[in-house]
Design a protein around this ligand. Structure first.
Ligand SMILES: *[C@@H]1O[C@H](CO)[C@@H](O)[C@H](O)[C@H]1NC(C)=O
Ligand SMILES: *[C@@H]1O[C@H](CO)[C@@H](O)[C@H](O)[C@H]1NC(C)=O
Ligand SMILES: *[C@@H]1O[C@H](CO)[C@@H](O)[C@H](O)[C@H]1NC(C)=O
Ligand SMILES: *[C@@H]1O[C@H](CO)[C@@H](O)[C@H](O)[C@H]1NC(C)=O
Length: 508
């Protein structure tokens, strides 16, 4: 195949010289001309391939799409990416949030928890312009108004046409042609993103390849009705630039072909199947398709960084005695002090007291005054019901029942505050909230019930641990003797031979 000299870049690694003729770095004018030449080159040759130094990735773009502006546009942007192959940072993500003018005033509070004006990039896409008398808050993401979608078909009896508009946000965001975008991330107006972790997760993947990254619904009934093979929009999903470039070409057609699909995310999932790119599932995206209290899920989070939480208006506040927004802010306070560690579980025994302790860092501690297996402790307590039918199960993960017997329940503590230590680590404190129910009156419970607070020290968790083979961290109780109702604990990496294995005779 022919190569127009203008679309070949200086390879950054010597072995690439074998593949392409290196050219000297272009000045601003030739960069402009390059764009122009590209249009011609793409139009005249049947196949253009791009290679990137980081991997052996190649892009082949068929000429049948040459007249499509978005593709030319995307090629220019590939070159941009090629020039700037530094680490992915927050500026490389373009967020697209599905909102509406009427609900923004209520929903904006969830967004303003994670949105950093002038740092995070993106838009809330609204159904109409906000009313004249509404001053758009500076702390909110900037808004744009979606294009009219009345020409598209929508045939799902139990859904709403807004799905069409929201499905097209990725296309409208793409067509803005903003520079240096590596990932398009979609979310709802009630999605809370944990952006450092999102970035960390995305940086595991080469943005020059075609990736579709997200998570499923927790409720099996939802996955059965909608799909297992899509990223759920509320938990949020990420699409790499090259994949977005292909998606936006076929999206409008998909929207009509999948007119019977309920949601915008499902329509995008349909499109992805046409393109042939499967969802890469990451366990930190949380759609929260559950009812009741998400406690059990958050107290036994999978071993993956926390990326998002959704549907927080539909579940009980995650901290007792706090409203929903303040609850999220409380979690975010812990999160900010050590993003990679947020909600990470550690399990240990205090064999002097026959206690089992499960820490969900920055959120909660469960203290059992008897020995419980690690397998049970790592299984979420079922404090919630399914989304659609409000049933006991099934979920896409195992759960264990919450006993009605107070003597088979843990004593529960909640994150109260975090102190930064001089070495960069943290000390998090967990307090026992006032408990209205009946407490266990057995003897073994009274020492546990006298504990008012647990203090947990931990080094800051290096975000790079998430690029290695995962292993839960270990914990230990530092003070065997009670000190004014406070238990001191430490979380640390496990030793090579360490495991949470109780002495045989002691397991309950
Ligand atoms: C992000 O990376 C770009 C290079 O692609 C660089 O110009 C920019 O300064 C970086 N931004 C931050 C916030 O680190
Ligand atoms: C964001 O940047 C604009 C333009 O530089 C500035 O006017 C505005 O005050 C900034 N907003 C915040 C919240 O920093
Ligand atoms: C536990 O932490 C709290 C603050 O978070 C502190 O006031 C208290 O002294 C600590 N207790 C012990 C025993 O270290
Ligand atoms: C711990 O459990 C073992 C076995 O059940 C028992 O023999 C021992 O007395 C218990 N120790 C304490 C401090 O309760």
């Amino acid at each position: 195949m022919s190569q127009s000299p203008e679309n070949v870049q200086d390879p950054l690694k010597p072995w690439k010289y074998l593949l392409f003729t290196p050219l000297k770095v272009a000045d601003a004018f030739t960069i402009f001309m390059k764009g122009l030449f590209l249009v011609c080159a793409v139009a005249s040759i049947s196949l253009v391939s791009y290679s990137f130094f980081s991997t052996t990735t190649k892009y082949y773009i068929r000429c049948s799409v040459c007249e499509d502006q978005t593709v030319v546009h995307s090629l220019e942007n590939y070159q941009e990416i090629y020039h700037h192959n530094e680490n992915t940072n927050i500026s490389h993500i373009l967020f697209g949030i599905g909102g509406s003018a009427k609900t923004w005033e209520n929903r904006r509070y969830y967004n303003e928890i994670w949105w950093k004006p002038n740092i995070t990039r993106g838009f809330v896409w609204l159904d109409e312009k906000p009313a004249e008398n509404v001053k758009w808050p500076e702390t909110s993401p900037p808004y744009k108004v979606s294009e009219d979608t009345s020409r598209f078909k929508y045939k799902c009896s139990y859904g709403t046409r807004s799905a069409l508009r929201i499905a097209r946000i990725i296309k409208q965001n793409f067509e803005l042609g903003l520079e240096n975008v590596r990932w398009f991330v979609m979310g709802d107006d009630d999605t809370v993103f944990f952006t450092e972790n999102l970035l960390n997760v995305l940086s595991k993947y080469d943005h020059n390849e075609m990736y579709y990254i997200g998570g499923n619904s927790e409720s099996v009934e939802q996955d059965v009705i909608h799909s297992y093979t899509m990223g759920y929009g509320g938990g949020g999903f990420a699409i790499s630039y090259p994949l977005a470039a292909v998606l936006v070409r076929v999206l409008d057609g998909c929207i009509n072909r999948y007119a019977s699909f309920y949601g915008s995310d499902q329509k995008i999932g349909g499109c992805m199947t046409e393109i042939g790119v499967p969802i890469t599932k990451e366990l930190g995206f949380h759609q929260i398709d559950i009812r009741g209290n998400p406690y059990g899920l958050l107290a036994a989070h999978p071993l993956a960084p926390l990326v998002s939480l959704h549907h927080l208006d539909y579940v009980q506040p995650i901290f007792p005695g706090m409203n929903r927004i303040d609850s999220v802010k409380n979690l975010v306070e812990a999160y900010r002090s050590d993003p990679s560690r947020a909600l990470q579980q550690s399990i240990c025994y205090d064999l002097n007291r026959n206690w089992s302790i499960s820490v969900s860092w920055g959120y909660t501690i469960q203290l059992y005054p008897y020995l419980v297996t690690a397998k049970d402790l790592a299984t979420p307590l079922r404090t919630f019901l399914t989304w659609r039918s409000w049933s006991q199960d099934p979920f896409t993960f195992n759960t264990r029942i919450v006993s009605l017997d107070p003597c088979k329940r843990p004593v529960i503590y909640f994150f109260d505050r975090v102190t930064k230590l001089e070495d960069g680590g943290t000390m998090t404190s967990y307090m026992r909230p006032p408990y209205p129910g009946k407490q266990c009156e057995k003897d073994n419970y009274s020492p546990a019930l006298s504990i008012q607070m647990l203090n947990v020290s931990a080094a800051k968790l290096d975000p790079d641990v998430w690029k290695k083979a995962p292993r839960r961290q270990c914990c230990e109780v530092i003070n065997d003797e009670e000190m004014d109702g406070v238990v001191q604990m430490r979380i640390r990496a496990c030793n090579q031979w360490e495991s949470v294995t109780p002495p045989q005779t002691k397991v309950a």
